[in-house]
Design a protein around this ligand. Structure first.
Ligand SMILES: [Zn+2]
Length: 136
């Protein structure tokens, strides 16, 4: 998807604030090819864990309704890996089965510098997709 440096920065700030626990949230996007990221909404990692994240189903529903009200869709679900590389874990791959077509954006805080990568995960197959820094 296309995402502005300001929105990427919001996601990275969230990851740094939640560390050492994983953060999570959604990126609302305008339909199109590629999707254009429009807003970032934080969610609560109810697992409050450095190893995994969980979002309450009700919160997902509320965020989804909020985005629909703004004529946006869930473009990506983001979370952080505070110790490991920004590559989907097996848990992520399993969870992604519930969200077909949604990009999987991961902030990696484990390396020398912060890395943000995005993936499509379909039928258990992980494909990295470009994050184009476009205007909001
Ligand atoms: Zn993960």
């Amino acid at each position: 998807m296309k995402i502005s440096p300001a929105l990427l920065d919001e996601i990275v700030r969230h990851a740094i604030e939640e560390a050492p626990n994983e953060c999570c949230g959604v990126v609302g996007a305008r339909a199109g090819d590629p999707l254009q990221a429009a807003v970032v909404y934080r969610a609560t990692n109810t697992a409050a864990s450095p190893l995994r994240f969980e979002i309450d189903a009700l919160e997902v529903l509320e965020l989804n309704n909020k985005l629909e009200g703004e004529e946006l869709c869930v473009g990506a679900i983001y979370h952080s890996h505070t110790r490991t590389a920004p590559y989907p874990s097996q848990t992520d791959i399993n969870f992604a089965a519930h969200w077909p077509g949604v990009e999987w954006l991961i902030v990696g805080l484990g390396g020398d510098k912060t890395e943000v990568r995005s993936y499509l995960i379909e039928a258990g197959r992980v494909t990295e997709v470009a994050l184009d820094e476009g205007a909001p």
